[in-house]
Design a protein around this ligand. Structure first.
Ligand SMILES: NC(=O)c1ccc[n+]([C@@H]2O[C@H](COP(=O)([O-])OP(=O)(O)OC[C@H]3O[C@@H](n4cnc5c(N)ncnc54)[C@H](OP(=O)(O)O)[C@@H]3O)[C@@H](O)[C@H]2O)c1
Length: 264
């Protein structure tokens, strides 16, 4: 399928590993010019080198922590120099926080708010001027979570903030139509990235079992009986970022092996 994004400029934030990295890789495979950003400069530089080796094309990078407002201001300045006309923005920063309500104080709520919601808001704000310059109309794809549609037990704070992203996408998709910018979100279910391998290793140590047994246990309630692979999530990201999704906006699409059981 010809996605029509060859030569377009794409920024992926949260791209040094996991779903963001695979999204950057898939965008490169479709011929986009890819710029990447995440927090740790060393990891990001290595990711850029790997992507360059795989694609044979230059991948420019900028380290910024989206929970720090000033970092995102600097990201905007860098983008103004490197890609004043941006076609695609992908944000893949966030994660679940396992804690019961009574374990969470204001500081924990605010930290998670910055990580899962405000960081993305800042990145959208920082890239909007560049996205408005896209000849074909800009596209924003935000990584949400299936947990927003089927709140997981023991994860109240990330359930709430990921649900906020659904509202953000609905609102911005309508508001940005005047700029010809589409806004969508991909909501992954359990996906095998470092987010889960780290969690599985920790739980395995606590319970005296192997990480594989933990992953097996958490796979059980997924109708497809397995975790997603980051490239399977990235495939939907790239589709939504492409011109094949030209009539799709304001949507949050589940890619979750069927785990979210609600009808809507
Ligand atoms: N994996 C899953 O099971 C799953 C399920 C549902 C939803 N999701 C969502 O999918 C998205 C990607 O998840 P993932 O599993 O691919 O995560 P991951 O493997 O942990 O990768 C996260 C990426 O974001 C970067 N990052 C983290 N904090 C950052 C910050 N404050 N500022 C800038 N960059 C930051 C990381 O780089 P550094 O280390 O350099 O910071 C890394 O490149 C997230 O929004 C997550 O909530 C994942």
């Amino acid at each position: 399928m010809e996605l029509g994004i060859k030569g377009e400029a794409a920024l992926v934030v949260g791209a040094s590993e996991g779903i963001g990295y695979e999204s950057a890789k898939a965008l490169l495979e479709e011929g986009a010019e890819v710029l990447i950003c995440s927090r740790n400069a060393g990891k990001l530089k290595r990711a850029a080198q790997q992507l360059e080796q795989a694609s044979g094309r230059e991948v420019r990078w900028f380290a910024a922590d989206v929970t720090r407002a000033n970092d995102v201001v600097q990201l905007k300045e860098w983008l103004g120099r490197e890609a004043p006309r941006l076609d695609i923005l992908v944000t893949a920063v966030g994660g679940s926080h396992r804690a019961f309500f009574e374990e969470l104080d204001d500081a924990a709520w605010l930290a998670n708010y910055e990580f899962n919601l405000l960081g993305t808001v800042r990145v959208v704000r920082a890239t909007l001027d560049s996205l408005k310059q896209s000849y074909a109309g800009g596209r924003i794809v935000i990584l949400g979570a299936a947990g927003a549609r089927m709140p997981y037990e023991h994860q109240v704070v990330s359930n709430v903030h990921k649900a906020g992203l659904i509202a953000l996408v609905k609102t911005l998709g309508a508001e940005f139509q005047k700029y010809n910018i589409r806004v969508n979100s991909v909501s992954p279910g359990r996906t095998l990235t470092s987010l889960w391998t780290t969690r599985a290793e920790k739980l395995a140590r606590e319970r005296g079992v192997t990480p594989e047994e933990i992953i097996g246990e958490f796979s059980h309630e997924i109708p497809m009986k397995r975790f997603g692979r980051p490239e399977e999530i990235a495939a939907m990201v790239v589709f939504l970022a492409s011109h094949k999704a030209s009539y799709v906006t304001c949507q949050s699409i589940l890619v979750d092996g069927g785990i979210a059981k609600g009808l809507l």
